[in-house]
Design a protein around this ligand. Structure first.
Ligand code: FES
Ligand code: FES
Length: 164
């Protein structure tokens, strides 16, 4: 059995030590906002925060997570979807199918925590999540919006005319 701190609550799980954290979250704890895409740490659909770092949960066995580690999933990022990244995502209408988007949001939130005013290059460097629907331009726009607005000279403006 393992004890995990997930979204501020202690959870006991009976999964095997080799079970990827992604499946612990989804199958044992019922937090299905974190998605399975590739299973080999390439796509980012499974991104969560561990101690404020964005991590790909498909490739972290349960045995590597300690009870003192703070795991945050998309469900625990904020109350009522009120995180600035979530608000910007809604204003910009970033998702298409939506499958990759919880991972994108978790990656963006971790980026802004470290770098509150990222450049386009910073965003492109940090946001390596794959989106089959090609929402990359809107992801970048929303990250700038969550950071407080589009930088001078950037094309990162909302395409739908809405304001935060
Ligand atoms: S499912 Fe984890 S990176 Fe793709
Ligand atoms: S919105 Fe469809 S995969 Fe990204």
């Amino acid at each position: 059995m393992a004890r995990l701190n997930i979204n501020g609550k202690m959870r006991d799980v009976q999964a095997e030590a080799s079970t990827p954290l992604l499946w612990v979250l989804r199958e044992w704890v019922g937090l299905t906002g974190t998605k399975y895409g590739c299973g080999i740490a390439q796509c980012g659909a499974c991104s969560v925060h561990i101690n404020d770092e964005v991590r790909r949960s498909c490739s972290i066995p349960l045995s590597e997570v300690k009870a003192t580690d703070k795991i945050v999933t998309i469900e625990g990022l904020s109350a009522n979807s009120s995180h600035p990244v979530q608000k910007a995502w809604a204003v910009v209408d970033v998702p298409q199918c939506g499958y990759c988007q919880s991972g994108q949001i978790m990656a963006a939130a971790a980026l802004l925590k470290k770098n509150p005013k990222p450049s386009d290059a910073d965003i492109d460097g940090a946001m390596t999540n794959i989106c089959r629907c090609g929402t990359y331009q809107r992801v970048r726009t929303a990250v700038h919006m969550a950071a407080g607005g589009a930088p001078a000279g950037s094309s990162a403006l909302p395409s739908n005319g809405k304001k935060v």
